[in-house]
Ligand binder design. Structure first.
Ligand code: GLC
Length: 595
């Protein structure tokens, strides 16, 4: 586990609580459901997806070239990580102009072209929106830090500090409190010109905006309109729980111990998820709701409990984000491992405690070691990846996929400090290796540079396993991970029960096999069973109602060859990590065939 997740886990922001294990939710979907309900959203790290001009970095035209692939895979929308002009200290998450495109990635015209081209492929485009901070090279910050009298000064979070000495002292003053940056060190940076410190939750090159200033709000809302007017389908809101800080700048409570950067672990009670942020979320929701087409707000919400997550939807009012990410399912903390009971509890928490809202599940992103390397055992990795994909794509949720997840790409961390590109890794080496490992170029072919670029020097090296793990090879293999993901997505489209049916856990006391029934509104039911253990398990699934015990089934998709011909729910033998998906017979009609 690396980077942001390490920082968050170390500060206690990750997930621990569980609730009850079984139950049934009311159906929520209907014919007029917004497009994002049950959709598959695919995250693209633009530097690493496809290079169209041979400079060794991915770009917008590269993404456009791959739209055919994304349509074939069946994704409904792409979320593109920041492509705005930026000094690239945090690879785009330090934005110096919100209304443009970094020349490394293309032009504004390329972006507009990409949005239109994606529409023709029935794919929507979602942008990453960094509201919490700008680059220190943004004209707003350059003005703000030039003088205390500058009208932009109050757009950022400043403090005179307090009298003191020591390594952080400047002119006899030290930071006002004990807050630390999620990326290591004090969260305060001294600016001699104004004789003050500014606050930065992330790198010092990412000063936090002051969301208590109404002009900041207006400016950022205008930026979002700029893109909504150009047809984007919504935003993924970066680091959004961090928008507000305690106005009194009080210390945070140390929880004991230090994190990987050697900083004290604090409770984040003064810098994360303050009540004020929810007022802004409601305003933002009204802003997107004023546009046609169900524009969507996705939140990067690492939150410890399901109740916290529910608040980000607006609870029973449903008036904040439509899709705050549920990080509790896919990111368990330091010790991710397959655990049927833990998955069951977390899925049911989301089923029951979100006031009927749609969960957004995710196993992978550009900040964390890839799930295959967190959950994999090095022996059954393809099966484990297929199992994770099955949890993601057969539960009642919108699904976030990260590029390469569908082919089983691994994390390839740098082996020497001199190779590290992510500043977190340079600072934290060797304990924290940074996030380069999960950002390596997409593996398209077994050929040179994996088909990613014509340039022999790519921004991060191409992993050697591209010889076997790549789109071209896997497309030709009906038993590949890619084919598994494609078929799962297709099944989700063709089977209403899978896309928006109710979910009921089966055999809820089983410690090894995670199984549930999805039942459609128009009748029809799909059973999913996954063996989360390294030994074969034989189970009989109990539907619970008397007549169902003898129900006949038809396998739709399985990676357990012995179950292709299964005819009932009794005595099913699932090999290690195998998945079996079957239709209760006579209740639905689709032409999907077993693998
Ligand atoms: C989010 C992004 C991460 C970035 C950070 C600061 O967590 O996912 O990549 O470094 O915000 O913007």
């Amino acid at each position: 586990m690396t980077g942001l997740l390490v920082a968050l886990a170390a500060t206690g922001a990750l997930i621990t609580g569980y609730a009850r294990a079984t139950g049934t939710t009311p159906p929520t979907a209907h014919a007029s459901a917004p497009w994002w309900r049950g959709a598959v959203i695919y995250e693209i790290y633009p530097r690493s997806f496809q290079d169209s001009n041979g400079d060794g970095r991915g770009d917008l035209r590269g993404i456009e070239q791959r739209l055919g692939y994304l349509q074939w895979l069946g994704v409904d929308a792409i979320w593109i990580a920041p492509m705005y002009p930026s000094p690239q200290v945090d690879f785009g998450y330090d934005i110096s102009n919100y209304e443009g495109v970094d020349p490394r990635f293309g032009t504004l015209a390329d972006m507009e072209h990409l949005i239109r081209a994606a529409q023709r492929h029935h794919i929507r485009v979602i942008l990453d929106m960094v509201l919490n901070h700008t680059s220190n090279r943004h004209p707003w910050f350059i003005a703000a830090s030039s003088s205390r009298d500058n009208p932009k000064h109050d757009w950022y979070v400043w403090s005179d500090g307090k009298p003191g000495r020591g390594p952080n002292a400047h002119d006899g003053r030290v930071p006002p409190n004990n807050w630390v940056s999620l990326f290591g060190g004090s969260a305060w940076q001294w600016v001699p010109a104004v004789h003050q410190f500014y606050y930065h939750a992330f790198y010092r090159q990412q000063p936090d905006l002051n969301w208590r200033n109404p002009e900041v709000r207006r400016a950022m809302f205008a930026v979002m309109r700029f893109w909504l007017d150009r047809g984007v389908a919504g935003f993924r809101l970066d680091a959004v729980p961090q928008l507000f800080e305690d106005p009194k700048l009080r210390d945070e409570r140390p929880l004991g111990g230090v994190n990987a950067f050697g900083d004290p672990i604090l409770d984040q009670s003064r810098t994360g998820d303050l009540p004020e942020v929810h007022v802004v979320m409601r305003e933002l929701r009204r802003l997107v709701d004023a546009y046609p087409g169900d524009r969507v707000l996705i939140g990067e919400t690492y939150l410890p409990t399901i109740q916290d997550l529910d608040r980000w939807y607006g609870g029973a009012r449903h008036d904040e984000l439509q899709l705050p990410m549920d990080m509790r399912l896919g990111f368990h903390g330091d010790h991710d491992h397959l655990d049927a009971a833990a998955f069951r509890r977390r899925i049911m928490d989301a089923e029951r405690d979100l006031h009927g809202s749609e969960p957004l599940f995710v196993f992978d992103n550009h900040d964390n070691v890839r799930s295959i390397d967190r959950y994999g055992d090095g022996v059954h990795d393809p099966m484990i990846n297929e199992l994770l994909g099955s949890v993601l794509l057969t539960t009642r949720a919108t699904a976030l996929l990260y590029y390469g997840e569908e082919i089983g790409m691994h994390t390839t961390p740098p082996t020497r400090r001199s190779e590290v590109r992510d500043p977190i890794g340079i600072r934290g080496w060797p304990k924290v290796k940074g996030r380069d490992g999960e950002r390596t170029p997409m593996q398209w072919t077994p050929g040179p540079q994996a088909g990613f670029s014509t340039n022999p020097r790519t921004w991060l090296p191409i992993p050697a396993d591209h010889a076997t793990i790549n789109v071209q090879t896997e497309r030709a293999d009906p038993d590949s991970q890619l084919e598994w993901y494609r078929r799962l997505i297709a099944l989700r489209r063709s089977e209403g029960a899978l896309r928006d049916g109710r979910l009921r856990m089966l055999n809820p006391a089983d410690p090894n096999v995670l199984a549930y029934l999805r039942s459609g509104h128009a009748g029809g039911g799909i059973v999913v069973a996954m063996n989360c253990s390294a030994v074969a398990r034989t189970v009989s699934l109990h539907l619970g109602d008397a007549g169902a015990r003898r129900v006949a089934v038809e396998t739709l998709l399985t990676n357990a060859p012995g179950l292709r011909e299964a005819r009932s729910l009794r005595n099913l033998t699932l090999p290690p990590y195998a998945t079996w998906i079957a239709r209760l017979r006579g209740r639905s009609s689709s032409s999907a065939s077993p693998r």
